[in-house]
Design a protein around this ligand. Sequence first.
Ligand code: AMP
Length: 171
Amino acid sequence: MDNLKSLIREVPDYPKPGILFYDITTLLKDTAGLKGVLDGLHAKTAGLGIDKVVGIEARGFIFGPALAYALGTGFVPIRKPKKLPSAVERMEYALEYGTDVIEIHKDAVEPGQRVLIVDDVLATGGTAAAAAKLVEKLGGTVAGLSFVIELDFLSGRAKLPGHRVDSLVHY
Ligand code: AMP
């Protein structure tokens, strides 16, 4: 996956001083890069018996639907508050300073369905853990969580105990 790593742009001090931002737009625009990342995500998840792919706003919407298409499943968005028009479940989670909220439509996942959660980056794991709880609130089983990039030094997978976690590129 070193070829994928070479296509990810590292932007220092974005969005604020001290943060090194991993920019996937340079990977997405590259023909072999886009194919490589989708083939990589598919290879890690094809045997998991996934019924539904759930993507986290916003960059989970880039990879989620393409992966769902490859796996032959439907796609469900998890969104920031007040974006979904019908009845929702919500989950609040802690940030470094303050809290954030994500929402899912109540009828998006059926009880017993095997769900794959997708996002671009696993950082502290707060967002992914909240997404997993939302899926479980609806009665779904989290069969796995897939990321393009995992920031190992932030130990995000420690917030996802008992879950299968796959990432293509590690920093
Ligand atoms: P977290 O809840 O800390 O795991 O953060 C997850 C979200 O923040 C992911 O959806 C990423 O899109 C974004 N994110 C966090 N850190 C970075 C980073 N260094 N570079 C790019 N995106 C990041």
